[in-house]
Design a protein around this ligand. Structure first.
Ligand code: PEP
Ligand code: MN
Length: 348
């Protein structure tokens, strides 16, 4: 931690800061510049926080130089992590591979889910992503099939040999979702839902944590820290676009977040261009860009008949668009030094 003194701070002001720090067992290193003095603090950061140094006379600013998140930070865990998803088939999500996930936004029926899963498998997906509990903006919109949807999803995942990723929207549903899912998704609207984060933190399965649409990178990583703090470090972060002034697409995909988060956190980061764009025509170009920028994976919504989809039809890829994406997914990861995750799938 570094304390920056105001230009008019007196020697007494500086001595008062040093005395406070030493009183809690810390060390203070004073460095006098031409205009300002800065004081470097060494010791227990938490005890320094309690000192309220900012309130002392002559103190202009106090800077943290260590990350506020610990367990998910690269300061404490240099190498980037791989999260393995699935029980009978294990799929990696991490720095060496590229993991493609696809599936229906919402499970609507057994037939539709199976067709969508087959589309995903045919396009080279390693994981099936589908929704049973849907956190819709409108309470009048289709909310998903719930537990029945989970059962269908698990069945079609097994039939196509794809581990399943699905969203949980309520901490009370974690036990039922965990029964069927291989990875639990926490959506953008719930990124800051502490009770849900804590519940998935003890669920025993990997968690995909989407970025809140209004969240900074630090807030997103603090949310991940809640999950990690409960003992679950199998967390995959998912950038899905943030709210900006632009209205031409649903959200603005923040691709800078991928390398920026990878620089400070060891957790894998994937990208969801479907929910970022809300428009089918942008999904393939954004997915290509995500691979190029170093995403550890991409997830997209697919639907056999987008025009009749109960949820997110305008952004769902149909067979034609999916084939276009499959080509990108086949060729681009190798160009950025990654192996296709399906090649590394291993039986447990
Ligand atoms: C979803 O992935 O189904 C979804 C609703 O996405 P988001 O939480 O990013 O809006
Ligand atoms: Mn969707």
């Amino acid at each position: 931690m570094v304390v920056v003194m105001a230009p008019d701070a007196t020697d007494e002001d500086i001595a008062a800061v040093v005395a406070r720090v030493q009183a809690v067992g810390g060390e203070a290193f004073v460095s006098k510049g031409l205009v300002r003095t800065i004081i470097g603090l060494v010791g227990d950061i938490d005890s320094f926080h309690h000192l309220n140094l900012r309130t002392l006379r002559g103190v202009a600013d106090v800077h943290r130089i260590s990350d506020p998140y610990k367990l998910v930070s690269r300061q404490h865990h240099r190498s980037r992590s791989t999260v393995w998803v699935g029980a009978t088939i294990r799929v990696p999500v991490g720095p060496e591979t590229f993991t493609f996930m696809a599936g229906p936004c919402a499970v609507e029926s057994r037939e539709q889910a199976l067709e969508a899963a087959q589309m995903a498998k045919g396009a080279g997906a390693a994981l099936l992503r589908g929704g049973a509990f849907k956190p819709r903006t409108s309470p009048y919109a289709f909310q998903g099939l719930g537990a029945e949807g989970l059962e269908i999803l698990a069945d079609v995942g097994a039939a196509t040999g794809l581990p399943v990723v699905t969203e949980v929207v309520d901490a009370r549903d974690v036990p039922v979702v965990v029964e069927y899912a291989d990875m639990l998704q926490v959506g953008t609207r719930n990124m800051g839902n502490v009770g849900l984060l804590q519940a998935v933190g003890t669920c025993g399965k990997p968690v995909m944590l989407k970025r809140g649409m209004n969240a900074t990178l630090e807030e997103w990583l603090m949310a991940a820290e809640y999950v990690a703090q409960r003992g679950n470090l199998d967390i995959v972060l998912c950038e899905r676009g943030i709210r900006t002034f632009e209205t031409a697409y649903r959200n603005t995909l923040d691709l800078s977040a991928v390398p920026a988060v990878q620089a400070v956190s060891h957790l894998p980061v994937i990208v969801d261009p479907s929910h970022a764009a809300g428009r089918k025509d942008l999904v393939v170009p954004l997915a290509r860009a995500a691979i190029a920028v170093g995403a550890d994976g991409v997830m997209v919504d697919v639907h056999p008949h987008p025009e009749s989809a109960l949820c997110d039809g305008p952004s769902a890829l149909d067979g034609v668009a999916l084939r276009e994406l499959a080509t990108a997914v086949r060729h681009l990861p190798g160009a950025v030094g990654r192996k296709d995750a399906t090649a590394l799938v291993r039986p447990s």
